[in-house]
Design a protein around this ligand. Sequence first.
Ligand code: C5P
Length: 415
Amino acid sequence: MQILQNKKIVLGITGGIAAYKTPELVRRLKDQGADVRVVMTEGAKAFITPLTLQAVSANSVSDSLLDTQAELAMGHIELAKWADLILIAPATADTIARISHGMANDLLTTICLATTAPIAIAPAMNQQMWHAQVTQENITRLSNRQVNIFGPGSGAQACGDIGLGRMLDVSELVELTCQFFSENITRHTQKEQQPDQQILIGQHWVITAGPTREAIDPVRYISNHSSGKMGYAIAEAALQAGAKVTLISGPVTISPPKNCDLIQVDSAQNMHKKALNYSKNATVFVACAAVADYRMANIAEQKIKKSADTMQLNLIKNPDIVADVAALTNKPFTVGFAAETQDIEHYALGKLQRKNLDMIAANNVAAPGQGFNSENNALTVFYADGKYEIPLASKQNVAQQLVSLIQQTYLKQVN
Ligand code: C5P
């Protein structure tokens, strides 16, 4: 069955090198039964001709807001009403900025403003432009407005850089479009990093994960709900990208990724000792563990007996592992996590400064469906000259995006 049967798609093409893939995209959408009408920006026409797209779409191509003849044929309001979906591929940083600010200074952005149809964009740009704070803010703004964000993918770019920013492959865009019509859900799908992109070869990452356990007596302890899933996913993503990984883990029930050096610890003090030891020659340290802030001043040698109705435990502060790693001479690029329930930015930035970190990934553990013990997470990442949103996704996907961001920021620092 043709999944896009009777679906009317306005394909907006903007001025990026990936525009050369759009005739194939039109053909594949039509193969699935879609009726496609192409709208091109001025920039798009520098990469591909309207005639080519007219031939493959079997419809006239629209490229001007102010052309009276074109407006007579099928004007911008008609196109906006006609569409079941507006798919913009490739979507340049400029077009994303204009749409996110509600501008209507060419035909495509005017249609976006005039339509009630859903919009999907397939970003395509240089990785630095993608990571730019303002682009990320624009993407977040669009995502919050239920615009579907298809991609971008990661890999080698036309300019020679490697990283996030490639337009997804035509087959992936067609698949996401089909999924969109069958599920009608808003999605933000940054493509996972390919395992063959060994961008971290030669790097040594030390990652803490899971909870710590602070003994009270021989049978009891203080701990927390950390599952270790986020830290283990980061270890897996760093391994896939070619790093040597030392994973220092508190007690968890999940299996470690293959090929990492797993160091199992229980208490914060043990984690502290191992972390300092392994971080001396590391390039990157990621503190994902939920370390207990306090431990018993004295662990009882024998099981504490039940007696009075109330009892008090005398606790003392644990060492701050990530702060001590960040204080090393030759410190690795140091990344902390901030699990917060309120005022996330304020607390995260405070920790970034106080602990002398290079980056901090903040998550809202009070939000439903993310954080502790969940399969999904969403992060707001802060670093010296930027802020980056990783929207809600599987912990594996979030980990891959975070690893890629750490790598970009680390490279900037060492170069
Ligand atoms: O201060 P807070 O516990 O909120 O800071 C969170 C960050 O600090 C996390 O990266 C966590 O792994 C790290 N941390 C640590 N040692 C501690 C407490 C927290 O490394 N004793």
